[in-house]
Design a protein. Sequence first.
Length: 191
Amino acid sequence: MSVSAERALEMLGEGNRRFVRGEAQGRYSAEERGKTLEGQEPWAVIVGCSDSRVPVEAVFDVGVGELFVVRSAGHVLSQAGLASVRFAVEKLGTKLVVVLGHEDCGAVSAALAPDPPAWLGPIIDHIDVSAVDPSHAPHDADDALLAAAVDAHALDTVEELHAWFIENDVPTPPTVVAAAYKLESGEVHWL
Ligand SMILES: [Zn+2]
């Protein structure tokens, strides 16, 4: 019996509050691992950034077999990433997908820069920062500007996923929501 999107959101919120309070349970014992030997039934997909400061399972205080995580710099979705999300939804029955942006995202910051290196193209070409003031150069791109761009990109990624599920006739499209993570407090804010 798979977990509903509503219950999954509650569980993510509860886990994040434990993490913030320093009361994480860290369920990684041999017993916990043993429970997953017959297969996996993750109750949420997290589409997140590769940033080392956003340790996804820790942030939501989950153990083995609970989250299906797809990460890339700036949570940009490649074809493989999209198919990975679909795998969790279609084969594993996961009902909730969370796009998790974060404070001080280097990928989004690079997308705001005037002359980013060409090799970053496969990442930053997928980050639309036109919704925030494009006249800002990176040296005066203040924290608020970057935070706005992070939120906008997370919401754009939600829309991209919605459109992709429809275009590809995914039979039971999941609930998709966006969130942003604060580096110091450890809090996840739902957008
Ligand atoms: Zn990032």
